[in-house]
Design a protein around this ligand. Structure first.
Ligand code: PLP
Length: 399
């Protein structure tokens, strides 16, 4: 068979315009919702924030939701609410965006990286168990790509050792595990509304919880640690009085962002449908070709498909990941790599983490490739990605 000339070597790319790996879908309805708020009296911390919070709590089936200026701020706040501090160890995964581990450092805790399961790339329950000692205070899990972790087992471990379970579900809005929504199962669950995530507020985040004490601490942390409730003041010389009782931040989200979030939330079912449809189309196409391995899916979970990640099979490929990455980019297919193991970053290396501590995660990192996946893609875009991958992979297949 004649192999098509790659764009990398001067051939014609499979498409003329560059297709990014992710992106938002904002329509006129969203824009009108934002404009309504811009014309109102409230720009920040008004009724739109609580409406958005209530709708999110309802959607995931949690009692409370607290909105933040970013997913990272939401993670920081949840570490504060969990009471993590100096000398506390928190177990997390290395295959994630650095914010999942940075938030532990923000509050003075120590991130401890547990390895992932080779098939799902989610944190492995047995590796969590091996990482627990008398200083362990909490676990921060990540539903990698939108595939729920093994919640049943991890919840059991948290209960057995009295650990706080925080779920970084930045990838997993709309995902479920054994019929239960992500956001309803853990002590606290975090979502992100960055434009590449399932719904967007520009920047934004949310914590959902059933625990009233966590809920109150999250509110406190979001607003400088300020207390105004007269019943909770240490001194009360008059009605103007308020107190800074803990060290908090300004992590508030605006009302116009919340209006956008609420409007976007209404579209989430349609967004999820597209993500799931496009992922099945990818898997159907790539299961038939050598050189790539399609993402393994645990039957207990229903993924929300934030990312579609192929594994390259080095046994049948004559090029490494870097070469294939470059070749696909030249075909105008915006591939990406999620993620570099967190502790490989220079900052973590300076803290003393050494390479090699999570071999499964490091091995996965060497062969993963994220394909474009977002609801606003057309079927034609999806077919271009399939054509591009087939073209590049078949070019480098040695058989
Ligand atoms: C996006 C993301 C975050 C951070 O969210 P921001 O809203 O960008 O601060 C945290 N964890 C994971 C796994 C993410 O993908």
């Amino acid at each position: 068979m004649q192999k098509a000339k790659l764009a990398l070597y001067g051939g014609r790319p499979v498409r003329d315009s560059y297709l990014a790996y992710g992106g938002q879908w904002i329509d006129d309805h969203d824009i009108e919702a934002v404009i309504r708020i811009l014309k109102s009296d409230w720009l920040t911390t008004g009724p739109a924030v609580s409406n958005f919070e209530e709708a999110m709590a309802d959607y995931v089936g949690a009692k409370y939701a607290v909105a933040f200026s970013s997913g990272t701020a939401a993670l920081h706040a949840s570490c504060f609410a969990a009471g993590i501090g100096e000398n506390d160890e928190v177990i997390t995964t290395p295959l994630t965006f650095a914010a999942s581990a940075n938030c532990i450092l923000y509050v003075g805790g120590k991130p401890v990286f547990a390895d992932v399961d080779s098939a799902t790339c989610n944190i492995s329950p047995s590796s969590i168990r091996e990482s627990i000692n008398e200083n362990t205070k909490a676990i921060i899990t990540v539903d990698f790509t939108g595939q729920p972790i093994e919640y049943e087992e991890v919840l059991e471990i948290a209960k057995e050792f009295g650990l706080v379970l925080i779920s970084d579900a930045a990838h997993a809005l709309g995902a479920s595990y054994k019929g239960k929504m992500v956001g309803s199962m853990c002590d606290m669950t975090i979502f992100s509304f960055h434009p590449v995530k399932h719904i967007t507020t520009g920047e934004g985040g949310m914590v959902t919880t059933d625990n009233k004490d966590y809920y109150e601490k999250l509110l406190l942390f979001r607003n400088h640690g300020i207390v105004r409730d007269p019943d909770k003041l240490e001194n009360n010389p008059g009605p103007w009085f308020y107190e800074i009782q803990r060290l908090g931040f300004n992590y508030r989200i605006t009302d116009f962002q919340s209006a956008l979030g609420l409007s976007q939330l209404g579209k989430l079912p349609g967004f999820l449908k597209k993500r799931r449809e496009y992922s099945s189309r990818y898997t159907e196409a790539f299961d038939k070709i050598d050189g790539v391995i399609t993402p393994f899916q645990n039957r207990d979970g229903n993924s929300s498909w934030h990312l579609y990640i192929l594994r390259l099979d080095p046994a049948v490929l004559s090029a490494d990941r870097a070469e294939i990455f470059k070749a696909l980019q030249k075909e105008n297919i915006g591939v990406n790599v999620h993620y570099i193991p967190v502790y490989w970053h220079p900052y973590y290396q300076q803290l003393g983490y050494r390479k090699g501590i999570c071999p499964n995660a490091e091995e996965a990192y060497g062969s993963i490739l994220t394909l474009p996946l977002f609801p606003k893609m057309s079927i034609k875009d999806v077919e271009d990605v399939i054509d591009g991958v087939k073209k590049v992979i078949s070019y480098y297949t040695v058989m």
